[in-house]
Write a protein that binds this ligand. Structure first.
Ligand code: C2E
Ligand code: CA
Length: 563
């Protein structure tokens, strides 16, 4: 830039005159030599050598079209298509009208006709072309990233918006491209190689937008963006692009990740489109190999919703927005079903979203450990409820609470549960614990230790979702459990699928072998209930008897029982 400013002030400007005719060359040189340093070349090939050598200092090329070896048209094309030479303006020497049009189309800045016009006219044309080119370079350099020649981020968005204003409702795809672990590439292979990679990627993106009529930018040290007219075959084009890029990278492994906003009309603002593409790209940040993904609005709003639930959780616990519902379990051993216990199932009454079921937040809270807080809250509520029912009706209704797989790793779990039962004056077996079968198979040693310790403190353990967790038969015989709860998906079809019914029979046999009672969950009809009874099932939980109910409504079930 400094060099350019000096040249603008009139210092060191040099011009290359390319003409195979000696006299013409000299004549033109004489006209300009008081203002510029003049270099000469007698054919296109020689000229190209000089241009490449002096690319940083040459201010202008004056080019005859008809020359041996490489002619003027050929040289002009080469200059215009080379990103490092493109900035040098070219004035064409011509004697035919058609040649003027053709050379302007090829990117010539101006032309000088032969025989030569008055020296002042020629000097004015030369001066004007140089000035225009230099001004545009100054503009170019503030708009562009020096290494790749792509737009910088600010101008990218500026031009992108201009493009949108000129082409209202134009459908545009946005792609964010990051180089995976770029700092490692720099450290392992050196900064020169890092620069080579950036230039290669920059060049390849430039090619894409040149063909599609979009814009490309380098938006950060290892980030790029392209904004291109929507294309239904974008996926195929990206596949081809990735394959070409891989080939061109040479021996060292360089991988990229791309996040794409594929225009479906849902987002119209350019910056928002890039936010979407960046989100999709960010999700791939841990990848080692080249990959791309499309922004998915539905998934994203789910994630946002999840984030919202996470951030609202503490307040919700403080404000008791979580309510524990109770679903009764009935023993079907005798002539008439008898209420034996209940399962505590949590619901979130969110001030904005209304009633939110556990399906929406349990696994979310399990994934970040927050479940422990919620479970302790539910355990406390359930224990207090057992006590409240005892106080009100004189009977204990044992309640089973869910113990998440995360709780199993808490070394304090026995102490926490014991403190809860103690606080409510309950013996441990009144608060039963449901542990999902898959937790046993995930980490058998840990869970067996924890569950044994809990049983040692007097708690009863029900294995939840039995049949889904792939326990091996020999493992089952050594498991410390007090009841098996059959997963509801086995119950669903027992009436019309004999195989399912047979399977339930086998699971009941296993429970017999382990000498523990069987609870069937998700029982919705009388037929299911009767079949289960015939198969020897002990306890039933499901809509056939009742949905999970708020404690006040559950009162009525107890009242019916104790009358
Ligand atoms: P789960 O432990 O298998 O609970 C049984 C689920 O089946 C409950 O769904 C219950 O409402 C539903 N259900 C009961 N009877 C029927 C029926 O006849 N038909 C059908 N279709 N469904 C029935 P819910 O309340 O949505 O709970 C879903 C899961 O969320 C529970 O599955 C449990 O794994 C988890 N969960 C609920 N509350 C808690 C909690 O406080 N802590 C933890 N860690 N997990 C909880
Ligand atoms: Ca359960």
């Amino acid at each position: 830039m400094q060099e350019l400013l000096e040249r603008k002030k009139g210092l060191h400007r040099s011009i290359l005159i390319v003409d195979d005719e000696f006299v013409e060359r000299e004549m033109l040189g004489d006209m300009l030599s008081d203002l510029y340093e003049i270099k000469y070349a007698e054919n296109g090939e020689l000229a190209l050598e000089i241009i490449k050598r002096d690319k940083l200092t040459l201010s202008l090329v004056i080019l005859d079209l008809h020359m041996p070896k490489l002619d003027g048209y050929g040289l002009l094309k080469l200059i215009r298509s080379d990103s490092e030479l493109r900035r040098i303006p070219v004035i064409v020497l011509t004697s035919e009208k058609e040649a003027e049009v053709k050379s302007l189309q090829l990117g010539a800045a101006d032309f000088i006709t032969k025989p030569y016009e008055a020296p002042d006219v020629i000097r004015a044309r030369v001066g004007h072309s140089i000035e225009l080119a230099e001004d545009s370079i100054i503009i170019h350099e503030t708009e562009r990233d020096g290494l790749t020649g792509l737009f910088n981020k600010e101008f990218f968005f500026e031009y992108g918006k201009r493009l949108s204003n000129q082409n209202e409702n134009m459908s545009m795809d946005a792609v964010v491209l990051d180089i995976n672990r770029f700092h490692i590439i720099n450290e392992l292979y050196g900064r020169d190689y890092g620069d080579f990679v950036l230039k290669r990627i920059g060049g390849s993106l430039h090619d894409i937008v040149r063909h599609s009529g979009g814009l490309a930018c380098r938006s950060g040290s290892n980030s790029f963006g392209i904004y291109i007219p929507h294309s239904p075959d974008l996926r195929e084009r990206l596949d081809r692009y990735v394959a070409r890029l891989d080939e061109s990278m040479g021996d060292h492994k360089v991988s990229i990740r791309m996040g794409i906003y594929y225009d479906d009309g849902s987002v119209t603002d350019m910056e928002r489109r890039f936010d979407c593409a960046r989100l999709a790209c960010h999700k791939l940040r841990n990848s080692y190999s080249t990959c791309y993904d499309f922004y998915n609005a539905e998934l994203h709003s789910k994630e946002l919703h999840g984030e919202r639930l996470i951030s609202d959780m503490d307040k919700a616990l403080d404000e008791k927005q979580f309510k524990v519902f109770y679903q009764p379990k009935y023993s079907i051993k005798g002539d008439r079903p008898v209420l034996t216990s209940a399962e505590a199932l949590v619901r979130w009454f969110h001030p904005e979203f209304g009633m939110v079921g556990p399906g929406e937040f349990i696994s979310l809270f399990e994934s970040n450990g927050l479940i422990q807080k919620l479970d302790r809250y539910v355990w406390n509520e359930a224990a207090a409820q057992i006590k409240a029912w005892k106080d009100k009706y004189g009977v204990y209704i044992p309640v089973s609470v869910n113990v998440s797989r995360v709780d199993v790793f808490d070394p304090q779990i026995c102490a926490v549960l014991t403190a809860i039962t103690d606080k409510n004056g309950l013996t441990a077996e009144k608060l039963m614990l449901e542990v999902t079968e898959s937790a046993y198979t995930d980490n058998a040693a840990q869970i067996i230790d924890t569950v044994s310790a809990l049983r040692g403190c007097g708690f009863k353990i029900e294995m939840d979702d039995f049949g889904c967790g792939y326990s091996s038969l020999n493992m089952l015989t050594s498991l410390p459990i007090d009841a098996l709860k059959l997963d509801m998906k086995f119950i669903r079809n027992i009436c019309n699928n004999p195989k399912d019914y047979r399977l339930v029979g086998i699971m009941i046999d296993i429970a017999r072998l382990l000498e523990v009672p069987v609870i069937a969950e998700g029982v919705e009809t009388k037929e299911q209930m009767e079949l289960l009874k015939a198969a020897g099932c002990d306890i039933i939980q499901g809509y056939y008897f009742s949905k999970p109910l708020p404690a006040e409504e559950f009162d009525r079930l107890i009242e019916a029982e104790v009358q």
